[in-house]
Design a protein around this ligand. Structure first.
Ligand SMILES: [Zn+2]
Length: 172
């Protein structure tokens, strides 16, 4: 079974990404993945399509820019981890920020794609020192910490909140 976090780390290393927010779209394009945007109807948030050597990620442009970044990261997870699947269509309900079994994404592949997305957009090795810098000194409230980190990493506060819980930095 592929390890989603290790796969995400190796992609960051390959593209020498040491800064945040992580340039997820540039990484995808550098990997030869085409990204198309369209305002989809309904709850569809994105898809990953494989056709021979061609790999395409579709993003629902009607969603927020931060949600679109997460969608690209999530679909990159599918392309990286789940070979042999020609088409995976994701709906907003299936893409949940949590990467544990308590999330709505109970499907194993969805859990893996979310874990990949969490690690590539919010790498533990970048998050931990940033948390330390905010907590140092006079301290910071939980909500303020989440909002600041969400801005730093260009993800939703919801995604960052779950990430900090999953990393054991915040209690659930
Ligand atoms: Zn998915």
């Amino acid at each position: 079974m592929p390890n989603p976090a290790l796969a995400a780390q190796s992609l960051l290393k390959k593209h020498a990404v040491d800064i945040f927010p992580v340039p997820i779209e540039s990484i995808a394009r550098a990997e030869g993945v085409m990204i198309t945007r369209k305002a989809f109807d309904g709850t569809q948030s994105g898809f990953a399509l494989r056709d021979g050597q061609t790999r395409i990620i579709g993003v629902n442009s009607a969603t927020s820019p931060r949600r679109q970044r997460f969608t690209i990261a999530h679909e990159m997870g599918h392309l990286d981890l789940h070979e042999g699947k020609p088409l995976i269509v994701d709906h907003a309900m299936r893409i949940d920020w949590r990467d544990d079994v308590s999330s709505l994404g109970t499907n194993e592949e969805e859990i893996q794609a979310n874990a990949f997305a969490a690690e590539i957009l919010m790498p533990a090795r970048m998050i931990r020192p940033q948390v330390a810098s905010y907590v140092r000194g006079k301290g910071i409230t939980r909500d303020r910490l989440i909002v600041k980190l969400a801005r730093d990493f260009d993800v939703s506060a919801e995604a960052m909140g779950y990430r900090l819980i999953n990393l054991g930095i915040l209690a659930s």
